[in-house]
Design a binder for this molecule. Structure first.
Ligand code: ZN
Length: 466
């Protein structure tokens, strides 16, 4: 396998401005890699795919068994499309195989002595799963994170606050990617907001990464504490991840207006990298690291491979992770692939995420994602933007209700507000909520410092995609 640094190029240079030397930075972290032609990129993917499938077959008991059962061999990979003959894995595969046979489990393809780092998922959808990295896996993970930070404009003269959980969480180590880029890094973690605001005010950092709901709440808390985020703080860029908000335009704009800063969405999976994909300045989908990850979309029910542009479940194959290769991992995230040229010049495809398969519900034959509801709630005036969705059975069909908060200075009656919200939801999604409940400002218990719980599913039987 070729060294990953083969594409590294000069990204800092000096130009003469008048009679002064001025330092300039390249637009790309790794120009050659980020702007490969489709053919070159796919050639590189194919070479790595052949290698990782062979490595997995030879070293992972699980892959050897399931490839044999499916009647496929590493030599069957002659084009990228040949991956479609290989079996899927999913979260349950990870749970079923971890700890089997060895500490690292049957999916792993290296001995424990080669592993330098493990992260553990939150277990928000069941038993927590562990993700191991070799030294090379980890270094390439951080190299990819550096690329994302550079892509959103972080440079060595930035001060960066990493306000994500460091304990077990795969997003924690991403701060190393920023540090390797040369930024001054402040390992914030999950500090109480008063302390975080103190750091933002005292050290005047320019970039922060947190969840979208916390970015919003922190801005509101700053204002309540007499700090104007636009004037008193220096934050120019906010990276968000962990929830969909950063890809919902109205939510992103609301956070941008509150802070006077640019918001960029990052997307990660505990099973792969802290961030596998990231927005660029075009903010039209998230570039995925196609040198690291082969992405497919498949039909939710049949598993049939879909074309770019068609909405389905996103399936990932890691091309270079050796500790635990993920081959055709059904992520549970629903979205679509966009391989059309991006105005930023980067050639790696973009993904657009609609939501989690587990969060989707079907009302009168319409697929409803909580993110569609959020988009409406965040656009409307006179309400705070906080919301809670309930999904339940009524008269043998699935229904949903939405609870929102009215702004303290809103003079409309609750009935008027409820009618406006209901109509807006009907216009956007196609199906009206069964009911809209209006609370006072602060009446909903949805403000949290981590992932906010905004959907309560009271159904007895749920939609089960295979
Ligand atoms: Zn772009």
């Amino acid at each position: 396998m070729e060294a990953y640094t083969q594409f590294e190029e000069e990204r800092e240079f000096e130009v003469i401005d008048g009679n002064k030397k001025v330092k300039k930075y390249s637009k790309y972290w790794n120009e050659k890699l980020e702007t490969l032609s489709r053919e070159e990129l796919e050639e590189k993917q194919l070479e790595d795919l052949k290698e990782i499938v062979k490595f997995s077959y030879e070293n992972s008991p699980y892959y050897r068994r399931t490839f044999d059962e499916a009647g496929v061999k590493p030599e069957d990979i002659k084009t990228l499309k040949d991956i479609e003959r290989f079996p899927f894995i999913n979260k349950q595969t990870e749970r079923d195989t971890q700890g089997v046979g060895s500490f690292l489990g049957e999916l792993a393809a290296v001995p424990e002595e080669d592993v330098v780092f493990i992260s553990t998922s939150t277990g928000s959808t069941g038993v927590p799963t562990m993700s191991p990295f070799t030294k090379q896996d980890f270094d390439e993970f951080q190299e990819t994170e550096s690329r994302w930070f550079w892509q959103v404009g972080m440079r060595p003269n930035d001060r960066y606050v990493h306000a994500l959980n460091f304990s077990l969480y795969v997003g924690g180590p991403d701060v190393i990617g920023a540090q390797n880029l040369g930024a001054l890094c402040i390992w914030g973690g999950t500090l109480p907001s008063e302390r975080l605001l103190f750091i933002l005010k005292t050290y005047q950092p320019t970039v922060i990464w947190t969840s979208p709901s916390y970015a919003w709440q922190l801005g509101e808390k700053a204002i309540k504490a007499g700090i104007d985020p636009k004037k008193d703080l220096a934050i120019k860029k906010i990276i968000v991840a962990g929830e969909l908000g950063g890809s919902i335009e109205s939510t992103r704009k609301a956070i941008e207006d509150l802070w006077g800063a640019q918001v960029y969405d990052f997307y990660g999976l505990s099973d792969i990298f802290g961030a596998c994909a990231a927005m660029c300045d075009a903010k039209d989908g998230l570039h995925i690291a196609e040198d690291q990850i082969l992405v497919e979309t498949v039909d939710l029910n049949t598993g049939e491979v879909l074309k770019p542009g068609e909405v389905g479940e996103l399936v990932y194959t890691t091309l270079r992770k050796h500790a635990r290769p993920m081959i055709r991992f059904r992520s549970g995230d629903i979205g679509w692939i966009d391989n059309t040229p991006c105005s930023c010049g980067r050639t790696h495809g973009r993904i657009h995420i609609n939501g989690r398969k587990d969060d989707m519900f079907i009302v009168s034959a319409v697929n409803v994602f909580p993110s569609d509801i959020e988009a409406v709630i965040r656009e409307l005036k006179g309400i705070t933007g906080e919301y809670l969705i309930r999904v339940f059975d009524k008269d043998y069909t699935c229904k949903y209700s939405v609870e929102i908060e009215k702004n303290a200075d809103n003079i409309q009656t609750d009935e008027e507000v409820a009618a406006i919200v209901s109509q807006a939801l009907k216009a956007r999604i196609g199906v009206k909520p069964d009911k809209v409940v209006v609370h006072e400002d602060g009446g909903l218990n949805t403000r949290s410092e981590h992932k906010s719980k905004r959907i309560i599913d009271e159904r007895k039987s749920k939609y089960e995609a295979k």
